[in-house]
Design a protein around this ligand. Structure first.
Ligand SMILES: N[C@@H](CCC(=O)N[C@@H](CS)C(=O)NCC(=O)O)C(=O)O
Length: 203
């Protein structure tokens, strides 16, 4: 299997972290949807990151679906609780991390990709508010130690929040003051120290 996409994408990175954590063998091909457009297009004409190329050549897109595929390859070792209230809560919390990633990506495109003359201030204000509200929602529930759903191993909710937090600071360095979100920052730091995060390090 080949995972296509750069680790500075929170979606690619969460797939990389999950596959590593589950011990799933894969090759990583760090192609950029911008700089490597032609090479990416030759693999997947939709140029979407992440793209997972299966051994039979079929392609999966969307980090959530790719992670579902990884979890199905390792039954019983999932990073999402299998059922019950814990699963519902994990999905709810994962959506918060995804919202933070989505809003940071949208803001990055608005501020750094779109030409300055075409920027729309009201839209940037809306996205900034949504990004901060999402970070606040996570900050309010981050425990001082351990993970969002308690002690033990981090779940998909922690992985997603941590990759989104790191990504937001990477592309929007002045948007979220770390001191305003100390518990979320600490959770991100704990996650980044895990071997599966170190294996998905990017500068
Ligand atoms: N919901 C998708 C979002 C994926 C996404 O937006 N990827 C970006 C890179 S960070 C992308 O492919 N952008 C290029 C494009 O859509 O044209 C997921 O979870 O995989």
């Amino acid at each position: 299997m080949q995972l296509i996409g750069m680790l500075d994408s929170p979606y690619v990175r969460r797939c990389h972290v999950v596959a590593t954590r589950l011990g799933i063998p894969f090759d990583h091909r760090p192609l950029s949807v911008f700089r490597d457009y032609s090479e990416f297009h030759a693999i997947n004409p939709l140029v979407r990151a992440p793209t997972l190329v299966l051994d039979d050549g079929r392609q999966l897109m969307d980090s959530g679906l790719i992670i579902q595929h990884f979890e199905a390859l390792r039954p019983g070792h999932g990073i999402t609780p299998a059922d019950g209230e814990a699963r519902t809560e994990c999905l709810r919390l994962t959506a918060l991390g995804l919202a933070m990633a989505d809003k940071a990506v949208q803001l990055y495109y608005e501020i750094s990709v779109r030409p300055e003359t075409l920027r729309w201030g009201e839209w940037i204000t809306r996205l900034t508010g949504q990004l901060r509200d999402t970070a606040e929602a996570l900050e309010a529930i981050c425990p001082p130690d351990g993970w969002l759903q308690g002690e033990g191993l981090p779940t998909l909710a922690d992985i997603t929040a941590a990759v989104a937090w790191r990504f937001a600071h990477y592309v929007l360095p002045n948007m979220l003051e770390r001191s305003d979100y100390p518990a979320l920052d600490a959770l991100g730091g704990r996650a980044e120290a895990l071997p599966e995060f170190v294996a998905a390090h990017f500068d």
